[in-house]
Design a protein around this ligand. Structure first.
Ligand code: ZN
Length: 189
């Protein structure tokens, strides 16, 4: 089922998530719904708070850019990927800048600097412990989605100057003056 996506200004995006304690049909349903919602919105990553949930989970699917990334030498695990109770164990000292967007902040794209690589421990969809070292685009998406589980948004990681330039537009979005080609949960309209 495609779920509406919660938008900047909604308190759920600023709350910390809660670790999942057990696998369950409800959890599997949530993961299915999140994947379907992300695909419907043409996204490559989606975290539970974006669909108004508090579980510590996110999904990633880089399939749409797989060929392009592999041509650039990036090695990708099978997609889609499900990250349950993820924990970032290590980040590289090497940092890089990349443009990011967010399904919860429609229309806005900004360059964000982050570590180039991360090591992450998580449970997969079958509740099996996994550890992964990610680079490039995968590392980028993982860090963006992981931030969502901590109540952090990518616009928190841009310069104060850039944020100032976006201030008015963000205020409008928070008031619900926003539209997208996918269903939004606008609490304040
Ligand atoms: Zn996002």
């Amino acid at each position: 089922m495609v779920l509406p996506i919660h938008v900047y200004g909604d308190p759920v995006l600023r709350e910390r998530t809660r670790p999942v304690t057990a696998n369950s049909p409800e959890l599997q349903q949530l993961l299915d719904d999140m994947l379907e919602t992300m695909h419907a919105a043409s996204g490559i990553g989606l975290a539970a708070p974006q669909v108004g949930r508090r579980e510590r989970v996110f999904v990633v699917d880089l399939t749409p850019m797989k060929e392009e990334l592999e041509a650039e030498g990036e090695i990708l695990p099978p997609m889609p990927m499900f990250f349950i109770n993820p924990e970032i164990l290590w980040t590289s000292n090497t940092r890089c800048s990349m443009e990011e967007g967010c399904l919860s902040i429609p229309e806005i794209r900004e360059v964000v600097e982050r570590p180039e690589a991360v090591r992450i421990r998580y449970l997969d969809r079958q509740f099996q412990p996994q550890e992964l070292e990610a680079h490039g685009m995968l590392a980028r998406v993982i860090q963006h989605e992981y931030d969502h589980l901590e109540g952090v948004l990518f616009i928190d990681r841009i310069s104060a100057f850039r944020r100032q330039l976006l201030k008015r537009r963000l205020r409008e979005i928070a008031r619900g003056q926003v539209s997208a080609e996918y269903p939004l949960a606008l609490s304040r309209v």
